[in-house]
Design a protein around this ligand. Structure first.
Ligand code: PLP
Length: 375
């Protein structure tokens, strides 16, 4: 199989499964029970927090709380606001993942004013609109680090600066699910204004069902899951020790990954794409993008049909389409960028990973030409 859909999920990195196995088989003990200190089952959580702190250059490992993944982390941020007493304004970018869009929309039912900040033709948040929307009573701003459909990166440094200048009470959250492991991140450097950051292990070579929320020292959140007081009272539930062990290895590998290899593979693909299809369009090409992602349309095709055909040839690629009520929808981000419906419906998403190579992208182009016919 040729797997080119690494923004959907990734194959576990080398050593990830092996690191998990002992905690599934022999060291199955409950890490929140008192015996934990004697059995070593606290080690995976400790290793995971240290590895994440190193990967993101966080000020300390204690800033990480582990969750079931980015969907939970994102929901937590909004539920914490609801549980607090204050009401005010919340800003989210219009192209957020559903796990931000849905809980933020819900806030309007309980007295918050929620505003969506528009994006430009490349999918970048419009800083002028953000600046206008920020007010003294803004409590939270949430802007994703990298878009899952296009790979377009948001200018979090500039956004952080605007928030601090205009909304002194606001917390700044970023859903960095697609960015972690794919671009260098420095929470004490270029992203030092980010207060909370969501991530998910299965997007960077770790197992599914584990992720977390970075919470800057001094920021208080009310828990989403109440119960046994695990994670220093921030998230109840028996720790997922095997998954934490896998996450620790994946984060350690990500910290030394050669990201230029991904970029080279993607860039060569884009040159070859235009050679094969003069009518091809690459979405978000005018903005900084993730090094592994190319969201492109070949006018006239229907992406889901092409993806189905490629699957019969053993090639997996993303369509970006969200399947709701049985009907495949074009990627919402593209429509918000002003891409015409038919071109958005043709959008395919290549997302390469550490296991991908030039033979994979060449095979994809060959099969695309076969299916669509070269220009
Ligand atoms: N946020 C973004 C930007 C994503 O791309 C995804 C998954 O596709 C999620 C959140 C949800 O992540 P998880 O699978 O960990 O719930």
């Amino acid at each position: 199989m040729i797997y080119l859909d690494n923004n959907a999920t990734t194959k576990p990195g080398p050593g990830v499964i092996e690191a998990m196995l002992p905690y599934l088989a022999d060291f199955y003990f409950n890490a929140s029970a008192s015996i934990a200190a004697f059995t070593g089952v606290e080690k995976p959580r400790h290793d995971a927090a240290n590895a994440m702190a190193k990967l993101l250059n966080a000020e300390e490992p204690d800033c990480f709380t582990f969750t079931s993944g980015a969907t939970e982390s994102n929901n937590w941020v909004f539920s914490s606001l609801v549980r607090g007493g204050a009401r005010g304004r919340v800003l989210v970018s219009v192209s957020e993942h559903a796990s931000i869009a849905a809980p933020s929309a819900d806030l309007t039912k309980v007295g918050f004013e929620v505003a969506q900040v528009p994006i430009d033709g490349d999918g970048v948040v419009r800083l002028d609109a953000l600046e206008d929307a920020l007010s003294q009573d803004t409590l939270l701003v949430s802007v994703m680090a990298a878009n899952n459909e296009t790979g377009v990166l948001q200018p979090l440094t500039e956004i952080g600066r605007l928030i601090r200048a205009r909304s002194p009470k606001a917390l700044f959250h970023s859903d960095a699910t697609q960015a972690v492991g794919k671009i260098p991140i420095d929470l004490q450097g270029q992203w030092h204004e980010v207060d909370m950051l969501s991530f998910s292990a299965h997007k960077f070579g770790g197992p599914k069902g584990i992720g977390g929320l970075y919470i800057r020292s001094g920021v208080e959140l009310r828990p989403l899951l109440l119960g046994g007081g695990q994670e220093e009272g921030r998230r109840a539930g028996t720790p997922n020790t095997p998954a934490l062990a896998g996450l620790a290895v994946a984060a350690t590998l990500a910290a030394t990954a050669d990201l230029s290899t991904l970029a080279h593979l993607r860039d060569v693909f884009e040159v070859d794409l235009f050679r094969a299809f003069a009518r091809a369009v690459i979405h978000g090409v005018g903005a900084p993008r993730l090094p592994n992602t190319c969201c492109f349309s070949i006018a006239g095709v229907v992406a889901t049909e092409v993806a189905d055909m490629l699957a019969t040839k053993g090639i997996v690629i993303g369509t970006g389409s969200a399947c709701s009520s049985g009907a495949a929808q074009p990627p919402k981000t593209l429509l918000l960028m002003g891409v015409p419906y038919d071109l958005a419906r043709a959008a395919l998403r290549l997302s390469v990973g550490p296991w991908s190579g030039p033979d994979d992208t060449t095979a994809l182009l060959r099969e695309l030409q076969e299916a669509v016919g070269a220009d």
